[in-house]
Write a protein that binds this ligand. Structure first.
Ligand code: FAD
Length: 418
């Protein structure tokens, strides 16, 4: 039911990212006066042209169908659909996981017009949302808190390059190159990204990226890589006792609504923004709906993360083999990975047992009972000498940087800061 702009008070939203804009669009379309405030100069400015994957395996519904059902237009941004991925085992074997439909879609983050951030911004403006950039507001003065990560649980660090290689995606489980996590290669229309995620805090984290790039250059000899810039960011993984407090709705990463295992957070960010808007419109109950729709997945991902923290390359290899065996049996590579993300009784029990030890409470969370997954310390196996190729890649980047190559995420310092 459309509310009259004259009679209902304006809604103020903190953060013009995916979750904040999703909430804003739904509210404005229902007739609310909406103001979105962002400290940065534009939507997407937290990112700098990096590619991210909209996963489509964790639920039965296709994410784009969900967007349509929420009144959000998936054609407002560029999305490249993939049904295959190179799966790189820790022993460097490369196999392919494949399915029939869209396994995932790659979108770009940032301020270019084809990014998902700008697509959401356009939809918001068309719906009548007033967006105030470079605007600093207080949490207490806003109804929806959608300002992304606060603390650091993990970081990702990548290089964007130009290439003449055809579109391609690779996903690598290798505990040396991506401690506790994974690295990936994405190539879309002449632009490539090689990225490594660090789920253990490292000194000189750039060496992980250089070594990862060296690995991909060795195994994908036709990359023809010309570095453009380096990008990255932090992820904040929290469980909250309350997602709505004192009339404020905590959505997206501000509410810790994220995939603890591998950091796929965009789907939950958008979904939580929509759920908050529906509650404001009197069409739902945010606290209940988050617990019903999102928390089972978040809890599963906490259990997954606990398991992942306990293993290394030997188990990663077993995982890769199990994935491929399952694909052979079913003729679909999406089933195995989908099962890992879906709630089960075992994962629910595991969550209950491990989460009190795994998460640390955040005293600055204004009584919302926030418990954060701490950035884990490095292990002795994370200390190694870079290869000659990786050193050369580091030197190559130094030259590009001196020539104006932009870095949107500093080597180590931003790991703990804004
Ligand atoms: C390097 C990297 C790679 C990732 N890859 C993937 C991926 O492949 N797939 C996936 O699903 N997820 C991925 N994620 C996670 C995904 O980016 C986040 O889950 C998602 O962006 C969260 O949306 P959000 O709306 O909570 O935050 P954002 O989209 O980041 O928006 C937050 C906004 O709030 C603004 N803001 C910050 N502080 C304030 C303040 N004090 N006042 C006002 N505004 C403020 C910021 O400027 C920003 O515009 C990745 C994250 C990183 C860092």
């Amino acid at each position: 039911m459309a509310a009259s702009r004259e009679t209902s008070p304006p809604v103020h939203i903190m953060g013009a990212g995916l979750s904040g804009l999703a909430a804003a669009i739904v509210l404005a379309k229902a007739g609310k006066e909406v103001h979105v405030h962002d400290i940065r100069e534009d939507s997407g400015a937290r990112f700098d042209g990096d590619f991210q994957a909209l996963e489509n395996w964790s639920m039965d519904d296709d994410f784009f169908d969900q967007l349509g059902a929420w009144g959000l237009d998936a054609s407002s941004f560029k999305a490249t659909e993939f049904s295959t991925v190179d799966l790189i085992h820790p022993d460097d074997t490369i196999t392919q996981a494949r399915t029939q439909g869209a396994a995932y879609r790659i979108v770009e983050r940032g301020t270019s017009s084809h990014t998902i951030d700008q697509g959401f911004k356009r939809q918001a403006e068309e719906a009548g949302v007033q967006i105030h950039y470079k605007s600093r507001v207080k949490e207490e003065d806003c109804t929806v808190i959608a300002c992304g990560p606060k603390g650091t649980s993990a970081v990702a660090y990548g290089e964007i390059f130009s290439t003449d290689h055809p579109n391609h995606i690779a996903f690598q489980l290798n505990d040396k190159l991506a401690p506790g996590s994974y690295s990936y290669l994405i190539i879309i229309d002449g632009v490539g990204l090689i990225c490594t995620c660090l789920w253990r805090k490292q000194r000189k984290s750039e060496r992980f990226l250089n070594e990862t790039i060296a690995w991909y250059e060795r195994h994908y000899p036709n990359l023809n890589r010309t570095p453009i810039k380096r990008v990255g960011g932090k992820g904040d993984f929290t469980i909250n006792r309350r997602y709505k407090q004192d009339g404020r709705y905590y959505v997206g990463e501000s509410g810790g609504l994220q995939d603890f295992m591998w950091g796929f957070g965009m789907r939950m960010a958008v979904w939580s923004g929509v759920l908050a808007a529906r509650d404001i419109l009197g069409e739902g109950d945010y606290e209940r709906d988050v617990r019903r729709h999102l928390m089972p997945y978040v809890r599963t991902s906490v259990a997954n993360r606990w398991l992942m923290n306990r293993v290394g390359d030997r188990t990663f290899k077993r995982m890769c083999k199990a994935w491929m065996k399952d694909q052979e049996k079913r003729g679909d590579g999406l089933v195995w990975i989908g099962k890992i993300f879906r709630p089960t009784l075992f994962k629910g029990l595991l969550y209950r047992v491990v989460s009190p030890f795994m998460l640390k409470s955040d005293p600055k969370a204004m009584g919302r009972g926030v418990r954060r997954m701490p950035f884990r310390p490095a292990l002795s196996r994370d200390v190694w000498e870079p290869s000659e190729e990786a050193k050369a890649i580091g030197l190559q980047w130094d030259t590009v940087r001196r020539g104006g190559g932009h870095v949107s995420f500093s080597n180590d310092s931003e790991s703990d800061g804004q």
